[in-house]
Design a protein around this ligand. Structure first.
Ligand code: HEC
Length: 241
């Protein structure tokens, strides 16, 4: 029993913030009810991520229906090559090629916000920094030595790392400075990255909105049932007292 309690207490530690070794994640503040944000995220994902990453558990037409994208827009702006609306969102890159080019295959991202978290993904996309020792000249605060190039560098620009004070050993980046040279300003970049994160969070659990809506009805129903049950109890016990 004691072991069980200890295990339970340990499992709570991350929630209490004790396991926060490494950099802090920033809050993504996504709103899954904001269709414009999800559509924008989908657009950026198709343009900047889909070349390397697939969303193989998601189909184009399911996404279009959920995000309010009509058929014409889907065919014109989202479908690439000979992809059909009913196809899963896979890309043309073979895992072997990814491995050859980057050293590791670029993972499928359908569930990334669930094995990491939306905040993690948001922070990851915001914390690339210049590092000349890396093959693509960039490193990342959330994912040290990541094999991914900074594909959004033309939009964000490039940031310099702020190094932690270290007694000996290799110096580590502690945070990143402001990015310079991008097409977007910091607020615009944050908004775009938030949209991409919102889209990936939706992709990880498309029924989330539906579930919340249903949950509300279930609670309402239980509330009504409680009232009826209470009135019945009063009625039944009336003669006993
Ligand atoms: C040029 C290819 C390429 C493009 C384009 C690309 N990535 Fe990546 N990405 C990679 C590779 C390779 C990895 C694996 C990194 C590793 O394991 O070191 C990766 C890893 C990731 C991870 C971490 C996954 C994990 O292991 O938890 C996330 C999140 C991610 N990418 C998001 C994106 C997003 C969002 C975009 C579009 C803005 C994007 N990537 C565009 C190559 C790419």
């Amino acid at each position: 029993m004691k072991k069980l309690i200890a295990a339970f207490a340990l499992s709570l530690l991350p929630t209490l913030g004790f396991a926060s070794a490494g950099p802090q994640t920033l809050s993504a503040n996504i709103d899954l009810r904001d269709q414009a944000s999800l559509q924008n995220g989908a657009k950026y994902f198709m343009n900047y991520c889909m070349g390397c990453h697939s969303l193989k558990y998601m189909r184009y037409n399911r996404m279009a229906a959920d995000l309010g994208i009509d058929d014409i827009t889907l065919r014109k702006t989202i479908l690439v090559g000979d992809a059909k609306p009913g196809d899963p969102m896979t890309n043309a890159m073979r895992p072997e090629d990814g491995e050859k080019w980057f050293g590791v295959p670029s993972p499928d991202l359908t569930l990334v916000t669930r094995w990491r978290s939306p905040d993690w993904v948001y922070t990851y996309l915001k914390t690339f920094y210049a590092d000349s020792t890396r093959p693509y000249g960039v490193n990342n605060l959330m994912f040290p030595s990541t094999a991914m190039p900074h594909v959004l560098a033309d939009l964000q620009g490039l940031a310099q790392p702020i190094m932690a004070e270290h007694q000996g050993g290799t110096p580590m980046a502690e945070s990143v400075g402001p990015a310079v040279g991008g097409k977007l300003n910091a607020a615009q970049y944050d908004a775009m990255v938030r949209d991409i994160t919102a889209f990936l969070t939706y992709a990880g659990e498309p029924v989330q909105l539906e579930r919340q809506r249903l949950g509300l009805y279930v609670l309402l129903f239980l509330g009504l049932l409680f009232i009826v049950a209470y009135l019945m109890k009063k009625e039944f016990w009336k003669d006993v007292h």
